[in-house]
Design a protein around this ligand. Structure first.
Ligand code: TYM
Length: 339
C-alpha cells in the first residue's frame, strides 16, 4: 500500500555504460521503494548535455536507461518512468531556481570542480548551474525522498537550501517539502576496481575499473580476477578490512548483491587468500547481472515498447509537474495567459 505523502524522485544521466555503482548505489533502491512510495524515475537528458553529447549516442543511451530501469525491476504500472526533456516545466522551474540560488552556494559544489577540472573557463554555464536543474527535478514533484549515491549528497543539500529559501522569500511556508536523501551507507560509493580510493565511474579511461550492467560473464570474470586486492590474506575484522580500500570495496559489492552481511563474509573468508573469495564474488555478480543484461538486450530491440513507456511516462509526469509550475507562477506573481 502506497503512502501518498511519500514521494520519490530520482534520475540517471543517459551518458552510456551504466555500471554496478549506479545499480547498487541508486537503481536497486528505486526498485525496493516503489511499493511504498509514489515514485518518479527520470532519464535526465537535459543534465547530460551540460557536457557535449553525440546526438545519436544520446538517443541510444536514453533508450538504454529506460531499458535498464525496466530490466532492473521498475514496474511502469507502479512507478512513472519518463524522459526529463519531455516535461518542459523542469527547465522552467530550473530558471526560477537560477534566480533563487546564490552564486556562493554554487561555487561550493565539488562536483562542478571535479567535472570542470583545470579548464573552468571552458566549462559550459549549464554545468555550473546543473544543481539548480536537479533541484527543479526533485521539487517539481514535491518529492520527500531522493534515493541517490553518496556523490549526489551535496546537490541534495543544495536542493534543501533552495526549497527553504523559496518558501521563506515568497512567504509560502512548506510549499516545497524539504526532501530527505536516501543513501545506503555501505553501497552508496562503489569504488574503482583498480583503485579503492577513486569512485567507480563511467568516465574512467580503463574499462577494468568498472563492471557495466551489460558486461558478459567472461568480461565480469576477467575484471574481478584482475581487481586489486591486498598483499595480505583476508583480515578477520572489519577495522582492518576498512584500511584495505580495495578489499573493503569488493566486500561491499559482494554484500550489496548477495544481501549477506559484510561481517559474515569476513568471517567466512578470513585468513584465506583472495582467490576463493573472488570466484564466489564473480558468481554472485553474474547471477544478478545476467538476467538484467539479457532483458536490456531484449528491450533495446523493442523500441516501440520503450517509446510507449516514454510517452505514457511523459503524460503522467506532466500532469503532476504542470500543477506545481502553475502554483509557482502564481506565488511569484506571473500573469498567465488565461484564454
Ligand atoms: P548519475 O547519472 O551520475 O548517476 C546515477 C546514480 O548513480 C549513483 N552513482 C553511484 N552510486 C554508488 N557508487 C558509484 N560509484 C556511483 N556512481 C554513480 C549516483 O549517485 C546517482 O544516484 N545528478 C545526478 C542525476 C540527477 C538526479 C536528479 C538524481 C539529475 N536530477 C534528481 C536524483 C534526483 C547524476 O548525475 O547521477
Amino acid at each position: 500500500m502506497k503512502n501518498i505523502n511519500k514521494i520519490v524522485l530520482s534520475g540517471v544521466q543517459p551518458t552510456g555504460g551504466l555500471h554496478i555503482g549506479n545499480y547498487l548505489g541508486a537503481i536497486k533502491n528505486f526498485v525496493s521503494m516503489q511499493t511504498e512510495y509514489d515514485c518518479f524515475f527520470c532519464v535526465v537528458d537535459l543534465h547530460a548535455i551540460t557536457v557535449k553529447q553525440d546526438p545519436k549516442l544520446l538517443k541510444n543511451n536514453t533508450y538504454e536507461v529506460v531499458a535498464t530501469y525496466l530490466a532492473s525491476g521498475i514496474d511502469p504500472t507502479k512507478s512513472v518512468i519518463f524522459n526529463q526533456s519531455n516535461v518542459s516545466s523542469h527547465s522552467e522551474l530550473a530558471w526560477i531556481f537560477n534566480c533563487i540560488t546564490r552564486m556562493g552556494w554554487l561555487n561550493r559544489m565539488t562536483q562542478f570542480k571535479d567535472k570542470a577540472g583545470k579548464d573552468k573557463e571552458n566549462a559550459s554555464s549549464g554545468l555550473f548551474i546543473y544543481p539548480n536543474l536537479m533541484a527543479a527535478d526533485i521539487l517539481l514533484y514535491k518529492a520527500t525522498h531522493v534515493p541517490v549515491g553518496d556523490d549526489q549528497k551535496q546537490h541534495l543539500e543544495l536542493t534543501r537550501d533552495i526549497a527553504q529559501k523559496f518558501n521563506r522569500d515568497y512567504e509560502c511556508d512548506s510549499f516545497f517539502p524539504i526532501p530527505e536523501p536516501i543513501i545506503d551507507k555501505n553501497i552508496s560509493r562503489i569504488m574503482s576496481l583498480k583503485n579503492g580510493e577513486l569512485k567507480m565511474s563511467k568516465s574512467d579511461s580503463s574499462d577494468y575499473s568498472r563492471i557495466s550492467l551489460t558486461d558478459s560473464a567472461d568480461q565480469i570474470e576477467k575484471k574481478i580476477k584482475k581487481a586489486k586486492t591486498a598483499d595480505t590474506s583476508m583480515p578477520d575484522n572489519n577495522e582492518d578490512v576498512s584500511k584495505l580500500f580495495e578489499v573493503n570495496n569488493l566486500l561491499n559489492i559482494f554484500s550489496g548483491f548477495s544481501g549477506i552481511d559484510k561481517l559474515e563474509l569476513i568471517e567466512k573468508y578470513k585468513g584465506q587468500n583472495f582467490s576463493n573469495f573472488k570466484n564466489s564474488l564473480t558468481e554472485v555478480i553474474i547471477e544478478h547481472i545476467k538476467p538484467i543484461s539479457k532483458e536490456i538486450d531484449k528491450l533495446m530491440n523493442d523500441k516501440a515498447y520503450l517509446n510507449q513507456i516514454i510517452s505514457s511516462g511523459a503524460e503522467k509526469a506532466s500532469e503532476k509537474a504542470n500543477v506545481t509550475i502553475k502554483e509557482v507562477y502564481d506565488i511569484i506573481g506571473f500573469v498567465r495567459n488565461e484564454t
